[in-house]
Design a protein around this ligand. Structure first.
Ligand code: AMP
Length: 445
């Protein structure tokens, strides 16, 4: 069926095809409200369910929401119909970095250095939040309109896993070139160290224009990966060679950490060819990029950043958020939309509940506490679509940080949105640290 020209849930107008991945097509689309361009990955729900990935997909997508970095493709939202899952992402206008490498044969060491720094910065951010890519390869490295790196598929690593376990999809060959020896050995591995290995392979390809491990068949390639049998071309600087031999160490415990990579001379200083003038331009660009990020409109997101570093101190928080986001994609039919809103709070549970009680009283709503730290709030009259009701659940992330999730359970969506905006949100402001994105959830039969 033709996708181009179609409107997705009256929100996005689908335009040209950007590319095809293992799980489906990616289209350019326009947000009808903001006119902003987005990329939409369309996945076949049956295919995801067939490889029993729905739980992982839910968790990974939710985790992806926590990962916000200037060099990572931002996930805007996820939608689902009876047979498709739509992942709405930031559009990377510059296309694939790999195409750039192919066009010029290889990158200069200075360019490879710049992209490697951006890649390590993105990776560092994700690893600090317990998120590992596990499928880093040039095809997942996109560029924005300024030519800066945007790593895609972060958090969607579940798919690459499926490629390995699903006997039907043998596209793994392309990916194999980048996977770490310990992943091939299947002896259990440290996600951070195997991502670092893949970064080393990516760095090699960028500066060499070809793969470090090649062979006539997969067995031979695996053998070379296993023994880290590769040779740097003679145009690599001595410092780059030294760093690569360290990163591509087959023993993960001997491989440098991100911090050690950041401290290496090549990483800090780059190749010698970068002239003082170029360095100045690069650092000025970096300053403007950073300055542009601290505009007033971004202030709220910066507060989120602070909160996220707190969340990251406890890995269980990812689990909590993943489970609480209620991103149930496994249903078959959409009946109507329900709204889910989340906020974080640095106040104790009792203070949050007290504020909810005050708000309910002021708005003449019924309130009752059910189990699992859930507070149910209900209207007193029939609305346009039955009695309005929403549940509020409080999760402890750390003793001083709570995630509060409000989920509409019945009634009319517009009436609920009005109540939320005009009645509830202003009354909760004293206990809210930061509001998070609102999601429209499809109610399933
Ligand atoms: P994937 O399924 O993620 O491998 O995507 C398939 C192809 O679609 C990629 O190789 C890119 O060319 C393109 N693509 C994916 N995500 C984006 C994006 N956010 N912006 C622009 N192009 C994208």
């Amino acid at each position: 069926m033709k996708t181009r020209g179609k409107t997705l849930m009256e929100r996005y107008e689908m335009e040209k095809l950007l590319g095809k991945g293992t799980f489906g097509k990616v289209h350019y689309a326009r947000d009808l409200e903001s006119s902003q361009g987005v990329a939409i990955k369309i996945m076949d729900k049956d295919r995801v369910l067939k490889v029993r990935l729905s739980e992982q997909v839910k968790r990974e997508i939710t985790t992806m929401r926590l990962v916000e970095h200037k060099n990572i493709v931002c996930l805007h939202e996820v939608m689902a119909t009876w047979n498709k899952i739509y992942i709405i992402m930031e559009y990377a206008k510059g296309g694939e970095l790999w195409d750039k490498v192919k066009r010029s044969g290889r990158l200069t060491e200075a360019d490879a250095h710049r992209y490697f720094q951006q890649l390590i910065s993105a990776l560092d951010h994700c690893h600090s939040r317990g998120v590992y890519h596990r499928d880093l390869k040039p095809e997942n490295l996109l560029l924005d309109e300024n030519g800066d790196l945007k790593v895609s598929d972060f958090g969607l690593s579940a798919f690459s896993e499926s490629r390995r376990t699903d006997g039907l999809l043998h596209t793994v060959c392309g990916t194999s070139m980048y996977i770490a020896p310990e992943v091939i050995r299947k002896t259990g591995y440290d996600g951070a160290k195997s991502d670092i290995w893949s970064c080393g392979v990516v760095l090699f390809i960028l500066a060499a224009g070809y793969l470090p491990f090649q062979g006539p068949n997969l067995m031979e390639i695996y053998r070379k990966i296993h023994d880290s049998d590769f040779k740097c071309p003679n145009w690599f600087s001595h410092k780059l060679k030294r760093l690569l031999y360290k990163i591509l160490n087959p023993n993960p415990s001997m491989r440098p950490s991100i911090q050690e990579i950041k401290e290496s001379t090549w990483f800090r200083k780059g190749p010698r060819e970068i002239s003082a003038v170029n360095k100045k331009v690069l650092s000025e660009n970096a300053t403007t990029t950073n300055a542009a990020r601290v505009l007033p409109s971004r202030r709220k997101e910066i507060a989120h950043e602070d909160m996220k570093s707190l969340v990251a101190t406890n890995l269980n928080a990812f689990e909590i958020i993943a489970l609480s986001a209620g991103l149930d994609l496994s249903g078959l039919f959409i009946k109507e939309c329900r709204k889910e809103t989340r906020f974080t709070s640095d106040k104790p549970v009792l203070a949050i509940i007290a504020k909810l009680e005050d708000a309910a009283k002021a708005l003449n709503l019924r309130i009752r506490k059910t189990d699992n730290n859930t507070v149910s709030i209900q209207g007193r009259k029939e609305g346009r679509n039955g009695v309005l009701q929403f549940d509020t659940q409080i999760f402890e992330i750390t003793p001083s940080c709570h995630l509060v999730q409000m989920k509409q359970t019945s009634g009319d969506l517009l009436e609920y949105e009005k109540l939320l905006e005009e009645g509830i949100r202003p009354r909760l402001k004293d206990v809210v640290w930061a509001w998070h994105g609102d999601d429209l959830q499809q109610k399933q039969e």
